[in-house]
Design a protein. Structure first.
Length: 262
């Protein structure tokens, strides 16, 4: 799909706001500073980015204290199993929500970019030396998986983990931080590292994929419930999904596995 000049202009304006951490009020002032070529409204820019990216976040109800996410075993609960806070307010509206950003469309987008598709070949090009530890792929966990059959829901598949050079190795990391100076509230980002990229860039911010942020204000009591959507997506992607590889100019079957939890 070709992106028009108008769409590119909108994307540049939106990228400027995000990369510079520009406040919304300051962004709105750009229209007064450049009256002949005013940037789009923030709402319009967000709608355009959403449509062009193909990434649609999913909202899940969660406890107002972030004890758990109302999914899986908690999906029908009306009160939190840990703090007993009600799920809905007096008008029947959910009191708090967790935003999950799907991983699949972003990985597909990486392969549609020739430069990124080339960099994603790093894992397959690694040469193993038994007496040398230079990357995560020299570790025993990865080496053991390479000789292990993939198993999903108790069913063993005919191929091993990472048997295809186009398979993707990921790492999942999360930790709490205090976003405000008073440090009485915490938030918990859930981020993905793409180990298929070279080690000198796979921890760089622009290559990190955020799946969502547990909103706080307290530490989750059941953190696994917030990982439920990610695990469902991981299980689906282990079986493989089709993606267009811009470097090879062909459709490929893309599989992924989470190699490390941090």
């Amino acid at each position: 799909m070709e992106i028009s000049d108008e769409d590119l202009s909108i994307l540049r304006a939106f990228a400027l706001k995000i990369k510079s951490c520009m406040p919304t009020r300051m962004y709105s002032m750009l229209a007064h500073a450049f009256p002949k070529e005013p940037p789009p409204s923030l709402a319009h820019a967000r709608a355009c980015v959403l449509a062009l990216s193909g990434v649609k976040p999913t909202l899940f109800d969660c406890c107002v204290n972030s004890c758990c996410c109302y999914i899986g075993p908690y999906i029908n609960d009306q009160n939190c199993s840990f703090c007993n806070e009600p799920r809905f307010d007096s008008r029947g509206r959910t009191r708090s929500q967790f935003t999950y950003v799907p991983l699949l469309p972003r990985l597909v987008a990486l392969y549609r970019n020739p430069r990124m598709a080339e960099q994603m070949r790093y894992r397959a090009s690694c040469e193993y030396e038994p007496d040398r530890m230079s990357d995560i792929f020299d570790g025993h966990v990865y080496r053991d998986l390479c000789h292990t059959k993939i198993e999903v829901d108790g069913q063993q598949l005919p191929c091993n983990y990472f048997s295809d050079p186009r398979d993707i190795a990921l790492g999942l990391s999360t930790d709490g931080f205090a976003p405000f100076r008073r440090q009485k509230t915490t938030a918990w980002p859930i981020i993905i590292y793409n180990y298929n990229l070279p080690p000198d860039i796979h921890f760089h911010r622009q290559y990190i994929l955020c799946l969502g942020v547990v909103p706080g204000p307290k530490k989750p009591k059941d953190f696994d419930s917030f990982l439920w959507p990610a695990v469902e997506e991981f299980l689906m992607l282990v079986l493989g999904t089709r993606a267009y590889n811009a470097l090879l100019h062909q459709q490929i079957v893309m599989c992924l596995n989470v190699l490390r939890f941090i």
